[in-house]
Write a protein that binds this ligand. Sequence first.
Ligand SMILES: [Zn+2]
Length: 216
Amino acid sequence: MNIILLGPPGAGKGTQAARLEADRGMIQLSTGDMLRAAVAAGTPVGLKAKAVMEAGELVSDAIVPALIGERLDAIGSAGAIFDGFPRTRAQAEALDLLLSERGRKLDRVIELEVDEDALVERITGRFSCAVCGAPYHDRFKRPAVDGTCDVCGSHEFKRRPDDNEETVRTRLAEYRAKTAPILPYYEERGLVSRVDGMAPVDEVAEAIEATLDSGH
Ligand SMILES: [Zn+2]
């Protein structure tokens, strides 16, 4: 099975992709990870991508499909979870071709839907222990004793600088802009399923499994 997993940053895409990898032996093909790996390894495609990124430009429609083709050839018969690709209609068409050339097809596009205000609260409330990294949340998971880490007793906590409302809203807007060109392409073919990304992690995973098993 080959699927595209869509969802804004913070929707839990990474967690769900990891579950699918563990439960179904699928492999996540994250464009960002693949690009970094190819650049680090200095492959021909990686060198091309590096030059483009250093010029401050977006990696082109030609480079990313080449990377994905390489990766698809490497994963054998395992199902693929596409993450971060396609982002344009041209890339969506390129993906169809990449898959059909390998006797594969796209089975499902799963979008993790979020309530944007709730997501902003979820993300901006998170913080972690500066010593052991234990995760906390202003509203959902405060330390048992205020200002003291439950795990290691440290009094130092930290927040990621990009976990602020303005940044999160910008990322959400970017996500909408990125998916807008491709969702209709897949909707026309009846491939899109929507899952409530705000539900607890296990429920989201079950909903995704049900979608994959039933094919809608
Ligand atoms: Zn700690």
